[in-house]
Write a protein that binds this ligand. Structure first.
Ligand code: FES
Length: 145
């Protein structure tokens, strides 16, 4: 369901899982952890919806539901290609363009295969080097910024 288009009163008596309901205490849901690992978000506005949709979409796929890009709808397959993931997630818009990381995160959870993290936090030395390189310098009494 689309939370922004669904009146809560229409769900009386139904179970609804929100982003807050995915984690188990301090332990993130595997999809939440994969989004962090694969840099699947930037501003974060869409992230809760992306993650909830990804969890729901994988559950639908496990039940054998097909999509518009399923090549053979007569054959049940629960193995999703990146195109299948993109199609099944197409209702979720990310203005930042974090789609490659989103697909990678979902594919990792879906396949169960660990993929390498492609980013890391900068070290103190890297921060120091970056701040030195971007600080103003003075040449011949003129300041360059
Ligand atoms: S992370 Fe920015 S809109 Fe999705």
């Amino acid at each position: 369901m689309l939370s922004c288009l669904t009146l809560a009163a229409t769900l009386e008596g139904r179970e609804v899982t929100t982003i807050e309901g995915l984690a188990k205490g301090d332990q993130l849901h595997p999809m939440q952890a994969a989004f962090i690992k694969h840099d699947g978000f930037q501003c974060g506005y869409c992230t809760s919806g992306q993650i909830c949709s990804a969890v729901g979409m994988l559950a639908e796929a496990r039940r054998g539901q097909v999509s518009h890009v399923t090549e053979n709808v007569g054959r049940t397959t629960t193995r999703l290609t990146d195109d299948e993931i993109r199609e099944r997630m197409s209702g979720n818009i990310c203005r930042c363009g974090a789609y490659p990381g989103i697909v990678a995160a979902i594919q990792e959870v879906h396949s169960g295969r660990q993929a390498a993290q492609t980013w890391g936090f900068a070290t103190e030395a890297q921060f120091a080097m970056a701040s030195t390189a971007s600080s103003p310098s003075k040449e011949d009494g003129h300041e360059t910024v």
